[in-house]
Design a protein around this ligand. Sequence first.
Ligand code: FMN
Length: 265
Amino acid sequence: MFAAALRLSLILAIALSWSMSAPPAMAQDTVQLSAVEKTGGKPLMEALAARHSERSFKEDALTDKQLSEILWAAYGVNREDGKRVIPTSRGRNELAVYAVLKTGVYLYDPAQNALTLALAGDHTAKYAKSPLTVLYAAPDNTTGGFHAGSAYQGVGLYCASEGLANVVKSTGADELKGQLTLPDGFQVLVVQSIGQPGWPAGSAGPASRKSLPLPVSDARRKQTAFPAGFFASRPWNPVPRPGRTGPERSAKCNHSRGWTRAACV
Ligand SMILES: Cc1cc2nc3c(=O)[nH]c(=O)nc-3n(C[C@H](O)[C@H](O)[C@H](O)COP(=O)(O)O)c2cc1C
């Protein structure tokens, strides 16, 4: 009798201690983000000078402060009247920003500075295996693209200021198609993966990818209206080649504001 009671209390004690130490089985439905400090960071010109894409990330989670500030930089409220850090066409705020975290995919609510669970499960591996990927969803029209672009540039500058790696990708935009319920007429246009850099700063890590061949239309545009290198990421060399200067060249090559037509270089 005594032995049975002892066994029962032992089982209860073990169950109780397990329930206290076990991680929550379910992701929280709502997460209040930490208050955003609107001071500090690199001066704007330094952040602009440092902005770049990086495609390799450490798995370490970002801090609550970084998560909150990234989402605020994307789409947060920056004025008393509820308006946002980015401009939107007619002020209609036609953009939805989602955070893909290990605990689930969350919709960012700028007014409440909070996240609401939109899709359960860890979907981070579908993207760049970074601890955070931000999804920008909007109607697939011109202004939708503008709004997403304004938001990811703000985040890119925040990352430059914080020394975080980030890359914007249009590939991967459809990864959660059919799973994530978006506002009517919205689709994910572009995604941005963010995390601590996977390579030490200044190392020869894969910080940038090679330029892709230009689509035909861009290549033609380059030939007819723009200087060599205008659309490519490699620097354009403005120094004319020997033997191709002087009046003969000028007559053939239609110089304009110091730019030289592709046919001339
Ligand atoms: C709208 C958009 C879509 C992009 N899509 C991809 C992509 O699908 N895959 C990728 O590796 N990089 C993608 N990039 C990143 C560009 O390749 C990168 O910005 C470009 O190489 C210039 O490098 P930088 O950002 O370091 O200046 C995209 C960038 C933008 C703005």
